[in-house]
Design a protein around this ligand. Structure first.
Ligand SMILES: Nc1ncnc2c1ncn2[C@@H]1O[C@H](COP(=O)(O)OP(=O)(O)OP(=O)(O)O)[C@@H](O)[C@H]1O
Length: 393
């Protein structure tokens, strides 16, 4: 962080004319940004919020980001998602960063955009990825994050060659760490954030395999006009979205709880929620887990690559139980994250019996109205569109 701090050379509050267009404003800003940085790296956005607190966030000069990523070299590309492309980079002082290039973000004005980025930067928790700064260049916004050595959870748990790196104890710690991060977003931070896209590729792992949630707050940047609780712009990933969010655009802390439950079942089983399992019929992960649970064979869900230590059976059962409680069809039946944490940490707690999960249809066809539909390596991400689940006749 010392090397990083050395880049911060000046503080400023940028003022913009209310009546200039969004793109003009962005261009104007990037010109303003370029000026003071002939020799230096970053400055700071600083703004007083309505709550009277002054927040600040370093703004990186584009030249610093270009140098750090070797002009966004393909070899530095870490991945691509619905919000943009992510590159690995190294600052002059040797500090490693991840640069997320967001394109086509919401049409909100620059001031509002900066506010949103500042709000995200204010969210700090050991289980959230740290936002180090941002860079605005033309119509592009780049978010600069701390680099996570072990990349995302999906790259390990769904990879047969790597999945044994995460034994049960590590998986249990990851399950609990994610729960703490989500609780912070829902309840303990100064804002109330509903993530809306919790999934394995949004859980990053540091060098000690500690989980850090990424992409929190991005739904707000991309959907500035739908901070209300119902939206016709669904930002989320098929396989993780709760029924009420996927079908009616209704999101709440309970839709995040549903996605968390899917994640828990994926971490326990090493299976993707959208896969097809079971021998007799086409089962997705939720219905597969539910059938095993009903038949008293829930432990069979456990990833075979970490099978074998019966000392952990009660923890494993508890995680499956909590996962199934989280994916129940009716939002009101699902626990709050504070209850999830209590249940995970209390070996003797009496847990209610789960009801049938949402999406418990043996064979479903997901019909997507395609504008804005993006197929990424591990998931379908749907932006600016609606999803209709239809049962085949
Ligand atoms: N801070 C980071 N450190 C290391 N790797 C990262 C970091 N952020 C993202 N990545 C890698 O880049 C990949 C792409 O990330 P990104 O969040 O853009 O897409 P996604 O999560 O796969 O999809 P979506 O945008 O739909 O959520 C991730 O899966 C992860 O492997």
């Amino acid at each position: 962080m010392l090397a990083f701090a050395a880049y911060i050379v000046q503080k400023m509050v940028t003022k913009h004319h209310e009546n200039s267009s969004h793109s003009q404003r962005l261009r104007q800003t990037s010109e303003e940004l370029a000026r003071p940085f002939a020799t230096a790296g970053t400055k700071v956005i600083e703004e007083s919020s309505s709550r009277g607190k002054v927040s600040s966030l370093p703004i990186f000069d584009a030249s610093v980001i270009l140098a750090a990523t070797n002009n966004f070299a393909l070899s530095n590309k870490l991945g691509e998602g619905g919000f943009g492309t992510v590159y690995k980079g190294e600052l002059n002082g040797g500090e490693r960063i991840a640069v997320k290039r967001l394109a086509n973000f919401s049409t909100q004005g620059l001031d509002e955009l900066k506010n949103e980025v500042l709000l995200i930067a204010e969210l700090q928790h050991i289980n959230l990825v740290c936002l180090l700064g941002c860079c605005i260049e033309g119509e592009e916004l780049m978010l600069i994050y701390e680099y996570m050595e072990n990349k995302s959870l999906d790259t390990i748990i769904f990879d047969k060659a790597k999945s044994s790196q995460l034994d049960w104890q590590k998986r249990f710690e990851i399950i609990k760490g994610i729960a703490r991060g989500v609780l912070y977003l829902h309840q303990d931070s100064r804002l109330r954030i509903i993530h809306r896209d919790l999934k394995a590729s949004n859980i990053l792992l540091d060098k000690n395999m500690n989980p850090k949630i990424s992409d929190f707050g991005l739904a707000r940047i991309f959907c500035a006009d739908d901070k209300k609780w119902q939206t016709n712009r669904v930002v989320g990933t098929y396989g993780y979205m709760s029924p009420e969010y996927a079908m009616d655009g209704i999101f709440s802390v309970k839709s995040d709880v549903f996605s968390y439950g899917v994640l828990v079942l994926e971490i326990v089983s090493g299976k993707k929620s959208r896969g097809i399992f079971g021998t007799e019929s086409m089962l997705n992960l939720l219905s597969y887990a539910w059938n095993l649970w009903k038949d008293g064979k829930a432990l069979e869900l456990l990833d075979t690559s970490i099978f074998g230590n019966s000392n952990n059976n009660s923890e494993i059962m508890r995680c499956i139980h909590v996962g199934l409680l989280c994916v129940q069809d009716r939002p009101t039946d699902r626990p709050h994250m504070s209850e999830v944490i209590l249940m995970l940490n209390s070996p003797d707690a009496h847990l209610p019996q789960p009801k049938q999960p949402g999406y418990f249809i043996n064979s479903v066809v997901a019909h997507m109205e395609v504008p804005g539909y993006v197929e990424s390596s591990s998931s379908c991400t749907v932006h600016d569109t609606t999803i209709t689940i239809v049962e085949p006749r």
